[in-house]
Design a protein. Structure first.
Length: 168
């Protein structure tokens, strides 16, 4: 049986406590900075699409990548917004912008077997460009409204009915 001295345990506990406090302080310091970046991305979507034209906006979306990879500089945390004619994403980090005409969307899909059953899921948007088809992936907290708005094929039963309390 291995025994650990009280002194070693005390040192380990102190080191652990210092690490935990350091992580908490880092979180408290970075939260306002992330909020500022989020607000700037939202403002850029409002400005780019016209706030009054928006049919949907999700301030905290994750851009999961594009295929081909060099198609967009939008990565990681983004604000995703849609009008009846356009789709736009703005990254938090550098305010990089991705924007397409919704008429170029050829397919909307998801990797989830049943996206209505999930709280978070990726949506896959295939659209055409002069150089070929592009696949964009976005991870959303509430995928059902976005899938429905963008024309996902829910099959013969149609889209799931959203409860009023889910929209809040």
């Amino acid at each position: 049986m291995v025994t650990v001295s009280v002194r070693v345990m005390t040192v380990l506990l102190v080191v652990f406590a210092v690490v935990v406090v350091g992580v908490l302080i880092a979180l408290v310091v970075t939260i306002p900075a992330v909020r500022k970046k989020e607000e700037a991305a939202i403002a850029k979507c409002w400005e780019g699409l016209g706030r009054e034209n928006l049919v949907m906006i999700e301030p905290r979306t994750t851009a999961m990548g594009f295929e081909p990879a060099d198609t967009s500089a939008v990565k990681a945390m983004t604000c995703l917004a849609a009008t009846k004619d356009e789709l736009m994403a703005v990254s938090f980090a550098k305010l990089d912008e991705w924007r397409i005409d919704r008429a170029t969307i050829t397919k909307v899909d998801t990797e989830a077997d049943d996206p209505a059953a999930l709280r978070t899921a990726s949506i896959l948007i295939t659209y055409t460009t002069p150089t070929g088809d592009v696949l964009a992936r976005f991870r959303l907290k509430e995928p059902v409204p976005w899938l429905t708005e963008l024309g996902y094929d829910w099959g013969p039963e149609g889209p799931p009915v959203m409860d009023d309390d889910e929209d809040e």
